[in-house]
Design a protein around this ligand. Structure first.
Ligand code: 1CP
Length: 364
């Protein structure tokens, strides 16, 4: 590889993702570069959301904000971007005001012909690759950098709904009314995700995460029929392409929110992310052997420090019991993204509690 990045000083995340025993659980939180941070809100006042994503030095600055604030406490950075940059690369216009809005969502399969095909990922998403490379330099090896993308089903749902939706009625209509066209579009998105993730590793990403945030809206049968094939395609093709290009075969995490972890595990990712409705003891008992990530209810961060300490202790004990007494192969995190109203000092306390209660030899 042509990059010459500073050596990594903290590899807890990568070791846990590979299933190893670590001195304590590595910890980061989804959406850690975001609205709960005053330094983010300040920069956001003068810049549109997607302008920040498209401006590598701004994306770098925001990515490192939580690393700077929580030096020595947080064990990973995640590149500042959004899952919706993929639909943009496919030719769709997406605004953020304040949630995502597509100006011209797909309404019937005839609209698929309006999408860019094929998508030149280097050209359309090169700004993400540049941001990753700049961020790797800025991090100076303090912590590994995570790259990510949205899962085909979650992106498909946004492209049809035109924004966030409680019921996903339009997207599900497609699955049941146009199953073949839906599957073809899902696989087209999956192929773009493959190029995008491989490009992120080439640019310097050290672990990848796929967000299937809408997975829980599908029945187990429909998740298996419509979401799982794209997820499997992504992990298999990314690993093969990395090997063919002599790039590092980085660990890959699947966060399929709301899906059964045993089903999600069938996709074959190194790590399976859990939301807070799942108990790690049940997950391991159901035969899942992948590393696990999660899973504190993000709302606990509103409960004050006594609640945070009590719930982190409970979480550590659950993951430790799940693995027969060790915190092997566990990446501590919330069960979904951190929300805008959290006090950054309470997040600091969360990190400190994870360090204390996940340590080898800590009281069970
Ligand atoms: O106005 C603002 O500043 C927007 C807030 C914001 C932020 C900080 C959005 C809008 N996206 C992001 C960044 C973001 N999005 C990251 C960056 C890095 C980090 O984690 O620190 C990541 C990984 C995402 C991923 C993302 N975007 C997902 C998957 C994860 C999840 O939370 O389920 C989804 C569904 C989106 C869509 C999206 N982007 C933004 C909004 C408001 C939404 C709708 C869904 C939502 O409200 O969470």
């Amino acid at each position: 590889m042509s990059h010459d990045f500073p050596p990594l000083k903290n590899d807890l995340l990568l070791r846990a993702a590979r299933g190893e025993q670590t001195e304590r659980a590595p910890v980061w939180v989804m959406r850690q570069a975001g609205r709960y941070l005053p330094e983010f809100r300040k920069l956001r006042l003068s810049h549109e959301f997607f302008d920040i994503c498209r401006t590598p030095h701004l994306a770098t600055e925001i990515t490192v904000q939580p690393i700077r604030r929580y030096t020595g406490l947080v064990d990973a950075a995640i590149i500042f971007s959004d899952i919706l940059v993929v639909p943009q690369a496919m030719g769709m216009e997406v605004l953020m005001n304040p949630g995502p809005v597509f100006t011209d969502p797909l309404s019937t399969p005839a609209d698929i012909s309006k999408l860019n095909h094929p998508v030149d990922v280097d050209k359309e998403l090169g700004y993400v690759f540049e941001a990753i490379t700049q961020t790797r330099r800025a991090l100076d090896g303090e912590v590994p950098l995570i790259g990510f993308c949205g899962a085909p089903w979650t992106l498909f749902a946004y492209m049809i709904e035109g924004g966030s939706s409680k019921t996903l009625q339009k997207a599900k209509t497609w699955l049941f009314k146009y199953p073949e066209e839906s599957q073809a579009l899902l696989m087209r998105i999956a192929d773009i995700c493959v190029d995008f993730l491989v490009g992120q590793v080439k640019a310097g990403a050290q672990l990848l995460q796929v967000f299937d945030s809408n997975a829980g809206d599908l029945s187990p049968h429909d998740f298996t029929t419509f979401s799982l094939p794209g997820l499997q395609h992504i992990v298999n093709r990314v690993r093969a392409r990395l090997a063919d290009s002599s790039l590092p075969i980085v660990p890959i995490t699947l966060f399929a929110k709301g899906a059964s972890p045993a089903l999600a595990a069938r996709a074959g990712y190194d790590t399976v992310g859990l939301d807070w409705t799942q108990d790690p003891r049940d997950v391991v008992a159901s035969g899942v052997t992948a590393a696990l990530q999660g899973n504190l209810d993000p709302a606990v961060l509103y409960g004050g420090q006594e609640a945070i300490e009590r719930e982190v202790k409970r979480m550590c004990s659950a993951f430790r019991t799940a693995r027969g007494g060790s915190t092997r192969a566990w990446i501590a995190n919330l069960g979904h993204g951190i929300t805008p109203g959290v006090d950054p000092e309470d997040l600091r306390f969360f990190f400190e509690c994870v360090h204390k209660y996940s340590a080898e030899g800590a009281a069970p």
